[in-house]
Design a binder for this molecule. Structure first.
Ligand code: 5AD
Length: 438
C-alpha cells in the first residue's frame, strides 16, 4: 500500500509554527510522509490563528473554496488545528462541512486516535477540551529550520489582558520541567543545532514545576552551558516578569542574545489600565532604562495596538512619545480587533476602522524614521551572522546578528548554516546589506 501523505499550512505565531513541527513529527511516527504539494496529500491540515478577526477570515475564506485554494486529492481529509479550532469548535462543521477534524492545541497528544477515526470514515471528529495539565510533549519533531530550533518552555497565559484571546485559546499557564527542557536542548546540540529559541506566551513567567531550577534567568544560564549552543533567544517575555536578573544574564553570558522583545501595547497609562496590563507607562520605562543601561547594547522590539476602545488622540500621541523615548529597533503594530469572549469585546467608545487605519499609518511612518536612523549607525561595522538562508529575492544570502538584525550579503551557498563575518555597506528601515569581511 502506498504511504499516506500530509500537508500542513500554518498561520500565526512561532508557537503555532512549532506546534506544526510537533504535529508533523507525530504524523511521521504514525506512518505518514510529509509533502510540499497539497494535491498529493491524503490529509490536509490548517494550523490556525485567532488573535485578530483578519486571521479568522483568512482561514474561513481558504476553507470556503478549499479546492481552489489548495489542489486537493479526491477523498483527502481536511483538519483544522490551533487557536481558531479551539475558539470556534463545532461551529466550524456547520460553516464548512467539508472539514473532517477539529482539534485544539491541548489535544494534540490525542491526534493519532483522532486521525484514526477520520481514516475510518467518521465525518466529523472533534477534540477541543481544555485540559490545564496537558502539554504537548513529543520527542519526534520534524523541524522546519535546520539551523535554529524552537523549544517550548511554557504554554498558556493567566493574565487575561482585556483585548486578548490567548488565555481562552491556549488555556492557563503551565511550565515544562527544567530537566526535560535541558535534555531536549542537549539532544538538539548533539544533532548540530547551535541556536535555540525558547518559546512561551509569557516565556519569562516560566517556573520549574520540579523546583530544581530557581528562575527563568537561571534556565538561560543552564542552556548557555550546554556545549555547542552558541545563541539563545526567547519570546515573548511579559514586562511585569522582566526582572533585572535577566538583564544581568544577557550582560554576562555571550550566548544569550542581546535582543529583547518586550510588548508594551500602548504608551498611555489610562489605556494600559483599561487593557488590564499590570504596569504603567513609567514602570515599563523603568525596565527599558535598565535594559538600556546594560553593558552590552540590547536591541529592543515591541508590539503595539492602536485604536483600543477609548483611545483618544492624546493617548495615541502618548504611544508615539514612548516610541520616541525608547527608540525601538523594531515594532509589530496592529489595529485593535474586538475578540468574542474577551473583556474588551463589550467595551464602548469604539474607534472607527478608518481612524484605526490612520493611526496605524502614522505610527508605522514614525517608526520607519526611527529605524532608518538606528540602522544608519551600523554602516561600516562588522557583525558575526548565522547564515540562515537566501534573501527574499534569492540573490543573496541572509544571516542574523545576535541582535536579530537581518543582513543580506553576497556569498557562496556553502556558507548556509555556518557563521560568517559581514560588514554593513547599505541599509534601509527594515534590513541591512553587507559584504563578507575578510
Ligand atoms: N487586536 C489587535 N491586536 C492584538 N494582539 C493581541 N490581541 C489583539 C487584538 N484583539 C496583538 C498584541 C500582542 C500580539 C501578539 O498581537 O500586540 O502582543
Amino acid at each position: 500500500m502506498e504511504q499516506k501523505k500530509f500537508f500542513i499550512e500554518t498561520f500565526g505565531c512561532q508557537m503555532n509554527h512549532h506546534d506544526s513541527e510537533k504535529v508533523a513529527g507525530t504524523l511521521i511516527r504514525m506512518g505518514y510522509a510529509p509533502t510540499e504539494d497539497s494535491s498529493e496529500a491524503d490529509l490536509l491540515l490548517l494550523n490556525t490563528c485567532n488573535i485578530r478577526e483578519k486571521a479568522n477570515q483568512k482561514v474561513f475564506s481558504r476553507l470556503g473554496s478549499i479546492e481552489k485554494c489548495y489542489r486537493t486529492k479526491v477523498g483527502a481529509k481536511v483538519g483544522l488545528l490551533g487557536c481558531m479550532a479551539q475558539m470556534e469548535g463545532e461551529k466550524i462543521f456547520e460553516r464548512t462541512p467539508n472539514v473532517n477534524l477539529v482539534v485544539g492545541s491541548s489535544s494534540y497528544s490525542f491526534l493519532p486516535q483522532l486521525i484514526a477515526q477520520v481514516e475510518q470514515g467518521v465525518p466529523h471528529v472533534i477534540d477541543v477540551t481544555q485540559d490545564s495539565d496537558r502539554l504537548f510533549e513529543t520527542y519526534t519533531q520534524s523541524r522546519e529550520n535546520p539551523y535554529k530550533a524552537y523549544v517550548t518552555i511554557m504554554e498558556g497565559c493567566n493574565r487575561y489582558c482585556a483585548f486578548c484571546v490567548v488565555p481562552y485559546t491556549r488555556g492557563p499557564e503551565r511550565s515544562r520541567n527544567g530537566t526535560h527542557i535541558l535534555s531536549e536542548i542537549r539532544q538538539l546540540a548533539s544533532e548540530g543545532y547551535q541556536e535555540i529559541l525558547l518559546l512561551g506566551q509569557t516565556v519569562n513567567s516560566w517556573r520549574d514545576p520540579a523546583g530544581e531550577i530557581p528562575s527563568f534567568a537561571e534556565l538561560l544560564r543552564r542552556v548557555a552551558d550546554i556545549e555547542g549552543i552558541r545563541r539563545i533567544r526567547f519570546t515573548s517575555p511579559h514586562p511585569s516578569d522582566f526582572h533585572p536578573e535577566i538583564i544581568e544574564v544577557i550582560e554576562t553570558v555571550p550566548a544569550v542574545c542581546n535582543q529583547v522583545h518586550l510588548p508594551v501595547q500602548s504608551g498611555s497609562t489610562p489605556i494600559l489600565q483599561r487593557m488590564k496590563r499590570d504596569y504603567t507607562r513609567e514602570e515599563y520605562w523603568r525596565r527599558v532604562e535598565l535594559i538600556k543601561a546594560a553593558k552590552r547594547e540590547i536591541a529592543l522590539s515591541t508590539d503595539i495596538i492602536v485604536g483600543f476602545p477609548g483611545e483618544s488622540q492624546e493617548d495615541f500621541e502618548e504611544t508615539l512619545s514612548l516610541m520616541e523615548q525608547v527608540q525601538y529597533d523594531l515594532i509589530f503594530s496592529f489595529k485593535y480587533s474586538p475578540r468574542p469572549g474577551t473583556e474588551a469585546y463589550s467595551f464602548e467608545d469604539g474607534i472607527s476602522e478608518e481612524e484605526k487605519s490612520r493611526r496605524l499609518l502614522v505610527l508605522q511612518e514614525f517608526q520607519r524614521k526611527i529605524q532608518l536612523e538606528r540602522n544608519a549607525r551600523f554602516i561600516g561595522k562588522e557583525f558575526e551572522v548565522l547564515v540562515e538562508g537566501k534573501s527574499r529575492d534569492a540573490k543573496d544570502l541572509m544571516g542574523r546578528t545576535t541582535q536579530n538584525k537581518i543582513v543580506n550579503f553576497l556569498g557562496p551557498p556553502e556558507l548556509l548554516g555556518k557563521w560568517a563575518q559581514v560588514r554593513v555597506t547599505r541599509f534601509s528601515a527594515h534590513s541591512l546589506q553587507g559584504e563578507l569581511a575578510s
